[in-house]
Design a protein around this ligand. Structure first.
Ligand code: ADP
Ligand code: MG
Length: 760
């Protein structure tokens, strides 16, 4: 493991220079929690040097998976350092303290998701257009620099005081495109991210998809499929039609914009840059749309906070009357009280630099103590309302976020485990592919060398032993004879002259003949030489040709052998990769199934728990019904007694005294009987009530169980369908790969054979 991978290690200078060396505790004050995410918390804070307000994301890298957390921090910091755009959050630096990175950035009022949470209703179309426009500009900037955000959603789109839109949370971002990791938040994930393992890669268009989902989120408060288990949502996205807006109140511009963003096939989906020209964004809208929205939200937050404040005040006053420690009935209020006290979270209206004491403390103290504190709180409250820095989250908003995180921790854990597994699988496959590629290169190199050896062996330059022989010619000489005496002198001299003349002539003739002879001989000789040379050359050429032929034959045999061994290796590699991939997909599917089954069990357990609660509460409602019946019975009894008394009086008046006794006895008997009937009726109606009540509850519960079972069954079927689709896709992919390889190999073979043929 390289040193920089170990959590907190600054050995690598490239990592060390990412962080400032100062102690952040000494540089920033007034920290108050304003957001809560998977890694920890985000704080409002003030820079003591400049008095500037900032946001600080504290990310711990201790405990479980600390090295992984450290890597994530380094990645996020590196990413933030690289980007600079009006529509992405401005980064100010990072500090380290006690196994926690303090990531300092510009302060924003809150996220688009906070807006939805405050208003509890969708945003207006022009507001959505303005937010989407800002976010899309940020995305187009990222994409033009080959980066991908990969976690676009309302919760990660922030708004500033002057109404700017900022992309935030680069914890999932990719510094390179294309990418292939399984990253993001399920409901917003593009289909190709979910299928990334099987089909390879994706690019910035995944952000365009998530932006489309975010539009639906802003228009309907939640992304599509949000009522579904995150796992099931994944399968849904991967294989169902793209979602659309539910209500018909939206314009065609908006619908069309979402349709374009949510094209399932990435090739059909426009780039972020192209989307910027869409009429939905280009349509005219007042400049003040976002400022008005922010003002509207601030007002609503203030209203909500005042409500909470009054509630709290009432509770405290009650407590004050009772003079005992806090024990409040209302669950909500208890929760608020706790959150403020123990978690040090603050009311949304963060106090600007001018205010003195934190509202957290004042509320806290007030809860613990007396009336005078309450007055103090009242004073503080006015300060809060006048403050200029207001976060767009009502009191308890942060607590809610934290609770959501804790409640879903089991599912979250499951999802992050699943994500981790998929990423590991991808890494594993890539490593395997690289390893095999290396092996292949090595193999090819070895074969090439072998071939070269053959070449060298035969190509030792053939020296043509040129058989040139030098040729020399020799010449013989003629001798003359002289005549005696004086007379003869003239004659002689004449003769001599003649002879000389003749001699000269003869000599010339001889010379000519000799020259002719010589020429002839020379030519003959040259011809012989030429023929000899030609023969030698021919022999040599033949020999060379033979050699070349042998070499070619050898080479071809070798090439064929190489081809075969290459082909064998290629097929083996393909098989290895495909086997590995199939195995990874199998374990992935196994995990998906286990997760889904666990989820199903959990849902059933929850329903059972709910039913037990209902059954436990049943006596309460029964008692009231019983009481009601009893009352009716009592009423009837009373009436009967009254009637009995009237009858008795009447009878006593109309009958002689002697018969009074008998009449009274009869009357008494009759009354007893009537009362007994009533009692029986009472019992009966009670029983009936009980049985129908129990029956109704059972029926309702049974119905609920049925619905749940059906829903879970459906989700399981969805998973099955998804998995078999993946399996089919993988099989098809494997087939395609094999076919392509076969084609490649046979083409290579054909070329080789052609070469061999031409060689002959
Ligand atoms: P996570 O990776 O856990 O989603 P985020 O970076 O998205 O973390 O931060 C979590 C929440 O904190 C955001 O949804 C937002 O409400 C708040 N937050 C983050 N950054 C800022 C900021 N610069 N200014 C104001 N609030 C912020
Ligand atoms: Mg986030």
């Amino acid at each position: 493991m390289p040193a920089s991978v170990r959590a907190g290690s600054l050995k690598d200078p490239e990592v060390a220079e990412l962080f400032f060396k100062e102690d952040p505790e000494k540089l920033y004050s007034d920290l108050r929690e304003i957001g809560h995410g998977s890694f920890g918390a985000v704080y409002f804070a003030r820079d003591l040097r400049t008095n500037e307000v900032v946001a600080i994301k504290k990310m711990s890298y201790s405990g479980k998976q600390s090295n992984e957390k450290w890597q994530d921090i380094i990645k996020e910091v590196k990413f933030l350092q690289r980007i600079r755009h009006p529509n992405s959050i401005e980064y100010k630096g990072c500090y380290l303290r006690e196994h926690t990175a303090w990531l300092v950035m510009e302060y924003c009022l809150g996220s688009a998701s906070d807006l939805l949470e405050v208003h509890k209703k969708p945003l207006q179309e022009l507001e959505i257009a303005a937010i989407t426009h800002g976010a899309l500009q940020g995305l187009a900037y990222l994409h033009s620099h080959n980066m991908i955000h990969r976690d676009v959603k309302a919760g990660n789109i922030l708004l500033t005081e002057p109404g700017q839109v900022k992309l935030a949370d680069f914890g999932s971002a990719s510094i390179a495109s294309p990418a292939n990791s399984f990253v993001g938040t399920p409901y917003w994930m593009a289909p190709e991210v979910i299928l990334a393992m099987d089909e390879g890669q994706y690019d910035g268009k995944v952000d365009v998809w998530s932006l489309g989902i975010t539009c639906i989120e802003l228009a309907e408060r939640k992304p599509p499929l949000f009522n579904m288990n995150a796992m099931s949502a994944l399968y849904h996205i991967a294989q169902n039609e793209s979602p659309t807006l539910q209500s018909s109140e939206w314009t065609d511009y908006f619908r069309n914009f979402i349709d374009s963003c949510l094209q399932k096939i990435p090739q059909d989906r426009p780039h972020s840059d192209d989307m910027l020209g869409h009429a939905f964004l280009q349509r005219e809208r007042p400049d003040s749309v976002l400022m008005d929205l922010i003002q509207r939200t601030k007002d609503a937050v203030r209203e909500l906070d005042n409500l909470q404040y009054r509630k709290m005040k009432k509770i405290l006053l009650q407590e004050d009357h009772k003079g005992q420690t806090t024990e409040v009935q209302d669950g909500d209020e208890v929760c608020e009280l706790n959150s403020v006290g123990s978690n040090q979270s603050i009311p949304s209206m963060s106090i600007s630099a001018s205010s003195q004491s934190s509202s957290v403390n004042s509320l806290n103290e007030a809860a613990q103590d007396s009336r005078s504190e309450l007055d103090l709180m009242e004073g503080d409250h006015t300060v809060m309302s006048n403050s200029s820095v207001i976060h767009l989250k009502p009191v308890g908003g942060v607590t809610r976020e934290m609770q959501e995180h804790e409640q879903d921790s089991e599912l979250r854990e499951q999802m992050s485990g699943y994500k981790r597994m998929r990423r590991q699988h991808q890494k594993h496959l890539m490593a395997l592919e690289n390893k095999l590629k290396g092996e292949m290169d090595e193999h090819r190199l070895r074969l090439d060398k072998e071939l070269e050896n053959v070449h060298n062996q035969f190509n030792t330059p053939t020296i043509h032993t040129e058989a040139y022989t030098d040729h020399c010619c020799c010449f013989g000489m003629y001798e003359n004879q002289s005549t005696p005496k004086k007379e003869k002198q003239e004659w002689l001299s004449k003769q001599k002259e003649n002879i000389q003349h003749f001699q000269a002539e003869e000599e010339a003739n001889l010379l000519r003949r000799q020259r002719q002879y010589l020429d002839l001989e020379c030519r003959r000789f040259k011809r012989r030489i030429l023929i000899a040379r030609h023969n030698v050359e021919q022999d040599l050429a033949r020999e060379e040709l033979n050699k070349r032929q042998t070499q070619k034959d050898l080479e071809h045999a070798m090439l064929l052998r190489h081809h075969e061994s290459m082909q064998e290796l290629e097929f083996r590699h393909l098989a290895t990769i495909q086997r590995a991939r199939a195995e990874l997909i199998r374990t992935q599917h196994q995990t998906e199934l286990t997760n889904q089954l666990e989820y199903n069990k959990r849902r059933e357990r929850e329903l059972r728990r709910k039913h037990v609660m209902e059954v436990r509460q049943q006596p309460k409602s029964l008692k009231s019904k019983e009481l009601q019946i009893k009352k009716q019975f009592q009423e009837t009894c009373k009436t009967q007694t009254r009637q009995y008394k009237a009858l008795r009086n009447h009878l006593l008046e109309t009958t002689p005294k002697s018969e009074h006794k008998a009449v009274l006895k009869r009357l008494k008997e009759e009354q007893t009987r009537k009362l007994a009937i009533l009692a029986e009726q009472y019992d009966h109606s009670i029983n009936e009530m009980l049985s129908t009540q129990a029956l109704r509850l059972d029926e309702a519960q049974e119905g609920e169980c049925q619905v749940l079972r059906m829903q879970l069954q459906q989700e399981l079927e969805l998973l099955n369908a998804y998995q078999s689709k993946i399996k089919m896709q993988t099989d098809a992919q494997h087939d395609k790969e094999r076919r392509e390889l076969e084609q490649r190999v046979s083409l290579r073979r054909a070329l080789l054979e052609q070469k061999v043929r031409l060689g002959h």
